[in-house]
Design a protein around this ligand. Structure first.
Ligand code: ADP
Ligand code: ASP
Ligand code: MG
Length: 438
């Protein structure tokens, strides 16, 4: 069985949803994971904000625009009048509680509850479309099998038990349709896997059912060697190892949610990135194999904060780093990049929720400097294959930019550099010219 995930742009209008059904119907028995239709989650974020502030008129006006959009979508999607009506009644019912301001859930969960509607609607419409067109599809509710643990990570044992039970209970079904992104928290309230999380859902479902393959269908022909939103002449990469893809996803390649490779890698399930607009294009295959091309791709992640701790105590002091890292553990903050000297250690973080407390605690060890508005640039490839000259090529390409930190050698497939956010786009462009044949 395969898991096929389609993102928002792949469902952008009724024609595209029909195209998705066409792609799905050619693949045998599948689990289809859908995002919300393009633009819906952004609108729901605005609605949630207005709802929390009691701005009901604002909620109503955004809902009105959404309803018009869905009316057009539904009119173009379905042939039968009765299906158009069923679909619109469902869409309206999803928004009714918003405009009437009577959501019955805990205040803390209201935002998640509102954000979940995008995926609930897209999957309902898709399942109904499959039914109208004689496809043997069953709509599943991800809230029934995807939940988070108390530590806010997916409960994979629970997922595997419940999802497999549902699938075996419907042996004659060809197409299972499930919502990406949404889940429950450990207390049973609606939650989600953070923005872009449908990729992660697909990988989790794939691992849970030991899928033959996970396909991530989007609006581009695979992982490119640089960020196509900022750099011209980027090209798709045919093959990536799990580690290379995980680094690129984590360090900013938006095509994949940062955590989406982990579950598939653990079960050695290949992940294929494919383009709904060109279904026959090769795309990118992510697997345990790596071909020996040296530098493969560059990505960048914004919103980085660097913390430098300088202390003479650090000299020849076993256990110093452990004490520093314990502070970050205490405040549930993960560190991305680390560099050290005899008397100082610098680390980067992207979650600044507990920054103040972290700095206060670290002050007990020595002088602490905090530097904000930084970006991590990540250069990924197979550096075992070409062991000389890689770092110098990277640094030469960036010679015009001040580099705050460099980390090389942590693994055989990445170099990470810290630069100011202001020069991120220019640095990506300079690396493209310096590293790839353009
Ligand atoms: P979806 O809605 O299908 O989840 P996303 O917008 O989340 O799609 O991801 C696809 C987009 O990711 C592409 O349109 C592209 O602009 C962007 N992107 C950023 N970095 C890369 C990269 N290295 N390779 C391919 N796409 C990338
Ligand atoms: N709909 C969600 C978002 O826009 C999840 C996703 O698209 O993967 O972030
Ligand atoms: Mg996405």
């Amino acid at each position: 069985m395969k898991v096929l995930k389609f993102g928002g742009t792949s469902l952008g209008d009724a024609g595209r949803m029909k195209n998705v059904a066409e792609i799905v119907s050619r693949q045998g028995r599948v689990v289809v994971v859908l995002s919300a239709i393009a633009g819906t989650t952004d609108s729901l974020v605005k609605i949630a904000e207005a709802y929390k502030h009691g701005e009901l008129n604002q909620v109503k006006s955004i809902v009105e625009v959404l309803l018009k959009h869905y009316q057009r979508y539904v009119d173009n999607l379905f042939e039968q009048e009765s299906n158009k009506q069923t679909a619109m009644t469902f869409v309206e019912s999803q928004f009714a509680e918003l405009v009437e301001a009577n959501i019955e859930t805990a205040t803390s969960a209201i935002e998640f509850h509102i954000l979940a509607k995008g995926e609930v609607i897209s999957t309902e419409l898709f399942a109904l479309y499959c039914e109208e067109n004689g496809l043997n599809a069953k709509l599943l509710y991800s809230l029934d099998f995807l939940r988070l643990t108390q530590e806010n990570s997916p409960d994979e044992a629970y997922l595997s038990e419940h999802l497999n039970r549902i699938l075996t209970g419907h042996e004659n079904t060809d197409i299972f349709v499930a919502q990406g992104f949404i889940c429950r928290n450990a207390f049973g309230e609606v939650s989600n896997l953070k923005r872009g999380g449908s990729d992660y859902s697909a990988s989790l479902f794939g691992a849970a059912i030991n899928a033959q393959e996970v396909q991530i269908w989007t609006d581009i022909d695979g992982m490119h060697n640089n960020d196509p939103r900022f750099v011209k002449n980027t090209t798709p990469i045919r093959e990536l190892s799990f580690d290379e893809a995980a680094e690129l996803a984590y360090f900013g390649a938006k095509i994949l949610h940062p955590s989406s490779i982990k579950p598939a890698r653990r079960k050695n399930i290949p992940v294929r990135l494919l383009n709904t607009l060109q279904p026959d294009a090769t795309g990118t295959l992510i697997s345990s194999e790596s071909n020996n091309a040296n530098i493969k791709a560059v990505a960048a992640k914004s919103g980085i904060t660097a913390i430098k701790i300088r202390s003479s105590e650090m000299l020849q002091a076993p256990g110093f780093l452990r004490r520093v890292f314990e502070v970050f553990e205490l405040y549930h903050t993960s560190i991305d990049v680390i560099t050290t000297s005899e008397v100082a250690v610098s680390v980067t973080i992207d979650d600044t929720t507990y920054l103040e407390s972290i700095v206060k605690t670290l002050n007990e060890f020595g002088n602490v400097d905090v530097d904000e508005n930084l970006s991590i640039i990540c250069v990924v490839g197979d550096f075992v294959a070409e062991s000389t000259g890689i770092a110098s090529r990277v640094i030469r390409a960036l010679e015009a930019f001040p580099i705050r930190m460099i980390s090389y050698g942590g693994s055989a497939h990445n170099i990470t550099l810290l630069i100011s956010e202001d020069v991120r786009v220019k640095a990506l462009q300079a690396l493209h010219e310096g590293l790839f044949d353009v």
